[in-house]
Write a protein of this length. Structure first.
Length: 138
């Protein structure tokens, strides 16, 4: 083996040692579900931007999550992304459901599909409250 081949093999081996672990780590799946991934969302009910949540039927959309004050100090958090075409759903307090204006899909407050074209439910996230802080576990 000549000098050029040795240098090439050392360079290839060194590059492999640096690049391969990074490539493998990027293929790992992030943990899902409650407590997985450490990416909880916190909402301060004292902030003006979240004032709607202080009233029954009030809602906000943040980080692709719709958070709804369902009354009696209870809150519901669901994915705000319609499972049909990715539009953002809203909340109708009068009908207590989540309509999607893009194609007419309609979801129950628990995430289930009431009316298509969507066929999959919205993801539902656990919500806890401590003082004026809501924590949504994603």
């Amino acid at each position: 083996m000549n000098r050029r081949e040795v240098i090439r093999k050392v360079a290839m081996g060194g590059t492999t040692l640096v690049v391969l672990p990074a490539m493998l780590a990027s293929c790992e799946k992030e943990p899902d579900g409650p407590g997985g991934g450490g990416n909880d969302l916190t909402i301060d009910l004292g902030l003006p931007a979240n004032a709607a949540l202080n009233n029954t039927g009030g809602f906000i959309v943040t980080n692709n999550i719709i958070v709804i004050n369902t009354g009696s100090g209870n809150y519901t958090a669901l994915s705000a992304v319609c499972t049909h075409a990715g539009c953002t759903v809203s909340y109708s307090a009068a009908a207590n459901n989540l309509p999607c204006a893009c194609h007419g899909s309609l979801f129950a407050i628990g995430g289930a599909v009431i009316n298509g074209p969507a066929t999959s439910p919205l993801a539902v996230y656990p919500v806890s409250k401590s003082g004026s802080i809501l924590t949504i576990t994603r």
